[in-house]
Design a protein. Structure first.
Length: 303
């Protein structure tokens, strides 16, 4: 059972981690490192790139808004105040990467977000957004009607949706964001972020593809999914066969990731959205085949 005491203990443990240097540096904040498995220690996939005090979010899995607030309280990253989350990118539209979308649209709005969201992602994102807004029409109408709750910024529930293809999809004074096609069961993209001081690549869910290597080519940080072959081997036969059909095609095993990393040559390889018995097992598998610098990400880790 999750209790107030357990939440306090978790916040205390997070607070004891070294505070990140913010200032004008680019940092990566792992808001959620999980997958569809229901793990209370790992929220759904969500990664924040913070540049010059501005936040850019990739994916919005379960718990994204509360994890962002945790980063404010425990890590003192004020850019991740949920009302500041304005520019968002979706790698693909599977539920574990998007189930936090209505929370991201509505909760910061209710709490005072000043502007609509700008959201970038694959085809289908416009329909998903329109349907979510319609699903919450009673709430939206109650908060925007003349006799309603008088929010300070009543129109900021709106979402400007940009359905993308490969290439530069976003650019401002802080960052240039380039999308590249990946290989998953649905239309999917990875993203490269180029900032004044760092280059960061996020894979999303994908099998090993040349586009990820081309996007990195010695980048500062590569954030990539991984599946442990040892974890696959211990699954019940029916589930193992199902996963084996997709791993290597729509997902990336640690063996494949080690090969990819050797070619991509990131300064730091960050494993997230991983499936493994334990993080230690995953680390041991990677250590035997990958000579570069890598870490197994935890929620609220900062790089």
């Amino acid at each position: 059972m999750i209790t107030a005491a357990s939440l306090l203990a978790a916040a205390t443990a997070n607070a004891q981690r070294p505070k990140p240097p913010i200032a004008d540096k680019t940092i990566v904040v792992m808001l959620g490192t999980g997958n569809p498995a229901i793990d209370p220690d790992r929220s759904g996939p969500a990664t924040a790139i913070v540049v010059n005090g501005s936040a850019y979010l990739v994916d919005f899995g379960a718990g994204v808004v509360r994890r962002a607030k945790s980063a404010v309280l425990a890590r003192e990253i004020t850019a991740l105040e949920p009302t500041n989350l304005r520019v968002v990118f979706a790698t693909h539209l599977h539920s574990d990467h998007t189930v936090g979308y209505p929370d991201l649209i509505l909760t910061p709005w209710v709490m005072g977000r000043r502007t609509p969201l700008e959201v970038y992602g694959p085809k289908g994102l416009k329909a998903m957004t329109a349907n979510l807004l319609e699903a919450y029409r009673v709430d939206i109408d109650a908060r925007t009607s003349p006799d309603g709750m008088k929010l300070a910024f009543p129109d900021s529930y709106k979402v400007n949706v940009h359905e993308i293809g490969p290439g530069i999809v976003y650019k401002d004074a802080n960052v240039t964001v380039t999308a590249f096609a990946t290989r998953h069961a649905v239309e999917s993209y990875g993203y490269r972020f180029d900032t004044p001081d760092r280059s960061i690549v996020i894979s999303g869910d994908t099998g090993p593809v040349e586009a990820t290597i081309d996007a990195c080519r010695g980048c500062d940080v590569l954030i990539h999914e991984a599946i442990s072959p040892a974890w696959l081997a211990q699954l019940p036969e029916s589930r193992r066969q199902e996963f084996e059909r997709f791993s290597g095609r729509y997902h990336t095993t640690t063996t494949e990731l080690a090969n990819l990393g050797r070619r991509a040559r990131p300064k730091l390889l960050v494993l997230y959205h991983y499936s493994s018995a334990t993080p230690e097992d995953l680390h041991a598998e990677m250590r035997t085949s990958y000579p570069g610098h890598f870490v197994i990400a935890r929620d609220l880790d900062v790089y």
